[in-house]
Design a protein around this ligand. Structure first.
Ligand code: ADP
Length: 463
């Protein structure tokens, strides 16, 4: 029995049968109980009355008063032809409420004839009866063949059998309709799950708001999530492919230069000056390759690097960095001004990396004799702005400058020793200390990079 619809139909039939059988059984039980209770009441009414007690007390062998009393009680004792009373003398019927028929010797009757008492009603005995010994060999006996009860039970059983048939038919029809609707949703769900397993994450359309509807919702959300993860994965893979291509390209250029220059040096006779020039170029390209490789290694290790927070003055840090880049700034006749201070609780090395990259870029892309302003802010949040009045960045380039290997002017980048990795490193370092790195610029006028500490750099005190 594999199909849910079959199971459902069977369950409906079983429920219908159980309900009807239960109701029928309770009804029949109550009817039987009521019937017995009526008999009991009638016996109590007739044989436990004061009058009957007096008759029995005064009984001297004259049966007439007993007969009269029973005749007077006939309406209670003999409600139908199946209920009768008898008066027996030494076991022989001397008077009965009807004529003809054979009196069955029931347990009660036997017991009373033998001088005992009429016992409790027994449902298995031949008749529902009551016997009473009034003395002097006389016995009053009331018997009900229960045919009336049996015919009532039979009528009810027939009624219930009919109801059962109709109930079965209705249950089958209803079960069919319900299971059809239910299995339609389940089938849709099954198909959706199957599609999902084949990589098709299209939505499962089910309108029902029941558990199956909820399950579909969960499936749809799961599908969406998997699709998103899949897209992300594809994007990450594409980015990785692009990254490998970029690295290869970036390394290929210096390698080609080194290869061709060294070949030329080996094959062609050159004077000392030319050889020197060639060797300088080889040296520069080797430095460049080393720089690219070490920056890439730094980037790859950055995320695993633990963040070590300490209290530090941003002014002091900027001054240190400006000092270490003094030769470069002096070479271009640039003035570096540092104003403001703020004490932050953050990672010294990561902030150093960021500001170092920003300042070295400002120096690289400033016109000779320009000014570079480093402003440390403490309100409303801790921040460091590095502003130069150099070549600036176009709006189109601004969108990409934080990408790895992105250089506005590839050729100029090579001349200035740029690798296109500095800002990517700065951005990732900023994320590690929960800071953001943003840029404002106007081409030909200025560039301003701002490192903003989002949680205030756990700002401990104003400088
Ligand atoms: P690079 O090593 O080439 O400087 P970066 O990632 O540091 O690489 O910068 C990416 C690009 O952003 C640079 O090639 C440059 O064109 C541009 N850029 C960065 N800083 C500035 C600046 N201060 N002024 C103008 N352009 C800048």
């Amino acid at each position: 029995m594999k199909k849910i619809s079959t199971k459902l139909n069977l369950a409906m039939l079983l429920v219908t049968f159980s309900v009807l059988a239960f109701v029928g059984a309770v009804l029949i039980f109550n009817i039987v109980l009521g019937y017995y209770r009526d008999f009991e009441n009638a016996m109590t009414l007739v044989f436990q009355s004061e009058r009957f007690y007096n008759i029995c007390r005064d009984f001297d062998g004259d049966i007439e008063p007993v007969i009269n009393y029973l005749d007077a009680s006939e309406s209670v004792l003999c409600q139908s032809s199946e209920k009768n009373y008898y008066i027996l003398k030494d076991g022989n019927i001397i008077k009965s409420s009807h004529t003809g028929g054979i009196l069955k010797m029931t347990d009660n009757l036997k017991q009373v004839l033998q001088g005992g008492y009429s016992s409790d009603r027994d449902i298995t005995s031949d008749a529902l009866d009551f016997a009473f010994n009034i003395g002097r060999g006389y016995t009053v006996y009331v018997a009900d063949t229960r045919r009336e009860l049996f015919s009532q039970i039979r009528d009810i059983a027939i009624l219930f059998a009919q109801a059962l048939m109709i109930g079965f038919a209705l249950a089958a029809a209803l079960g069919f309709i319900i299971s059809k609707r239910l299995t339609a949703s389940i089938k849709k769900l099954e198909k959706g799950a199957l599609d999902m397993s084949h990589g098709n994450f299209s939505k499962i359309e089910i309108k029902s708001r029941d558990e199956i509807g909820s399950l579909c919702k969960v499936f749809n959300e799961m599908g969406e999530q998997i699709q998103n993860d899949f897209d992300e994965f594809e994007k990450a893979e594409a980015a990785q492919r692009e990254f490998v291509a970029n690295v290869s390209h970036e390394l290929k250029t210096p390698l080609t230069v080194i290869k061709s220059y060294s070949q030329t040096l080996r094959k062609v006779e050159t004077d000392a000056q030319t050889r020197n020039r060639f060797l300088t170029t080889i040296d520069n390209e080797t430095d460049r390759m080393t720089q690219i490789v070490s920056q890439l290694l730094y980037l790859s290790k950055l995320e695993q690097q633990p963040v070590v927070n300490e209290s530090l003055s941003l002014f002091e840090l900027c001054s240190q960095i400006a000092g270490s880049l003094r030769i470069e700034s002096d070479k271009k006749g640039l003035f570096v001004y540092i104003t403001g201070d703020c004490i932050v609780y953050s990672d010294r090395e990561l902030i150093k990396t960021i500001i170092y990259n920003l300042l070295s870029n400002a120096i690289k892309y400033s016109h000779p004799g320009g000014d570079i302003n480093i402003t440390v802010k403490d309100k409303p949040y801790a921040a460091v702005c590095v502003k130069d009045n150099g070549c600036g960045i176009s709006p189109e380039d601004m969108e990409h400058i934080f990408e790895r290997f992105y250089r506005v002017d590839k050729a100029r980048g090579r001349n200035t020793g740029g690798t296109g990795l500095g800002l990517a490193i700065a951005k990732q370092s900023a994320a590690m200390i929960n800071a953001t790195l943003t840029v404002k610029s106007k081409q030909g006028e200025f560039s301003e990079f701002t490192l903003k500490f989002n949680d205030g750099g756990n700002n401990t005190a104003d400088g």
